[in-house]
Write a protein that binds this ligand. Structure first.
Ligand code: AMP
Ligand code: GLY
Length: 424
């Protein structure tokens, strides 16, 4: 099979390494990919959002199956375009990807189908939004831009002043661009956060092993929100009992709600959950695999990923095994460029990697690297995801951190406390 994976981060690298385990995957292409991915797949410089360019690439390389991994091409309708030219895909079409593309849509879906989430109101007029905040007068309160904002469109306001400023900067100064023409003002929830990725073919929904992200840039959950600085799986807060509640009150109802709305979902629904004192609630839906959640979830998958992808695409997910190692754990620590998520330097040489971008001590998923003149160089904010599995989370974490000690680039930054908030 000729397979194309669209995207260029650590998540895509993890997907490619897993797909490679299937002997059917004779040719794997990545567009655009990155330096490390180029050691596992043929990278083609077509931008992830370039729908016409991707269709041309699929024709040229006679792609049989495409995995659309990032949110923006999914929300823009990449799957619809590829299906139109006869390419089978993993990922939701544009209609279903709206669960991530519009926070307003996803909140209204949850309200209509009684799926537990934070209470909220939607506004397209900044004055009305501010008047509502004043009337509620409870802080912290949460202000969210409607559309995609690279995971940054959420402001937790500690006071009326901060909330008012958030509304103005999102709706008037458009700090998150057009995604801020509407805002959601949301009740602030408390409790541990859990990421649950699921395979969904619109008839069956199968949760993967749970995980925990660390979104803030600095130790102790300080600093700015990032795409994610590290993950562990399974998430110790996600008990079997909570998993059962989530299946009954959140996962199946979400799949069925999308069917009812004429937006059947085929792909990965990522549930960002908070385990509140009143039970699990949805913080956000994503229409794709998480990054860096994928980097700890897929190493624990014992079944064949390509078989699952094809089954989701053919709506026969219930026919294939989806089994995760129950007696193992995984940890991923992200090595980022100093200054990320704000300004940072790129093009810095990385030491400690072998000629394939790997390490004998851990699995290295490349997030932002390029390969030039026989050397790996930094090329993004998140550079590498250093990942290890073990029979316990402690073992996985200590393995990942030991491997990280042997890797270096100028201004390398990583969190030293991945897994700590889980009591590790
Ligand atoms: P999101 O981009 O929706 O995942 O939000 C980013 C982060 O903001 C989440 O991971 C939470 O830590 C936090 N957050 C979002 N919504 C809420 C809420 N209603 N209550 C408390 N924290 C929230
Ligand atoms: N790690 C969070 C996300 O992928 O959105």
């Amino acid at each position: 099979m000729n397979i194309l994976v669209i995207g260029s981060g650590g998540r895509e690298h993890a997907i490619i390494k897993k797909i490679k385990e299937n002997p059917k995957a004779t040719n794997i292409f990545a567009a655009p990919g990155n330096g490390g991915i180029s050691k596992d797949a043929k990278c083609i410089p077509v931008k992830a959002c370039d729908i016409d360019g991707m269709c041309a690439l699929c024709r040229e390389k006679q792609i049989d199956f495409a995995v659309v991994a990032p949110d923006d091409p999914l929300v823009a309708g990449m799957v619809d375009a590829l299906n139109d030219i006869g390419v089978r895909t993993f990922g939701p079409n544009k209609a279903a990807a709206i669960i991530e593309g519009s926070k307003v849509y996803s909140k209204e879906l949850m309200k209509k189908y009684h799926i537990p989430t934070a209470g909220y109101e939607v506004f397209d007029d900044p004055q009305k939004a501010v008047a509502y905040i004043k009337e509620q007068d409870t802080y912290p309160t949460v202000v969210k831009a409607d559309g995609l904002a690279l995971g940054k469109g959420v402001i937790i306001a500690e006071s009326f002043e901060q909330a008012k400023d958030a509304v103005h900067s999102i709706m008037e100064d458009k700090i998150f661009g057009e995604s801020g023409s509407k805002v959601v003002i949301e009740e602030f929830l408390t409790g541990p956060e859990v990421s649950v990725l699921t395979f969904c073919d619109s008839k069956t929904i199968v949760p993967m092993v749970s995980s925990m992200d660390h979104k803030r840039a600095l130790d102790g959950d300080k600093g700015l929100n990032t795409g994610g600085m590290g993950t562990i799986a399974p998430n110790p807060c996600y008990t079997d009992e909570i998993a059962k509640t989530c299946m009954e009150t959140i996962f199946i109802p979400t799949m069925e709600a999308l069917n009812q709305e004429g937006r059947p979902f085929q792909g990965c629904i990522f549930f960002g959950l908070m385990i509140t004192p009143k039970g699990p609630k949805v913080i956000e839906y994503n229409c794709r695999f998480g990054d860096p959640e994928t980097q700890v979830v897929l190493p624990l998958l014992e079944s064949d990923l390509l078989d699952i992808f094809e089954a989701v695409s053919d709506k026969r997910l219930s026919d294939v095994p989806v089994k995760f190692a129950r007696d193992k754990a995984a940890a991923c620590v992200v090595a980022a460029s100093g200054g990320y998520p704000q300004k940072y330097q790129t093009g810095l040489p990385i030491s400690g990697l072998d000629e394939n971008g790997g390490s004998g001590l851990a699995v290295i998923y490349h997030a932002g690297t390029k390969f030039e003149d026989g050397k790996f160089l930094t090329a993004g904010g998140r550079v590498l995801g250093v990942t290890q599995t073990g029979s316990t989370l402690e073992e996985a974490l200590s393995g990942a951190y030991s491997a990280l000690e042997t890797i270096h680039f100028d201004q390398i930054h990583f969190r030293h406390d991945i897994g700590k908030k889980a009591g590790l």
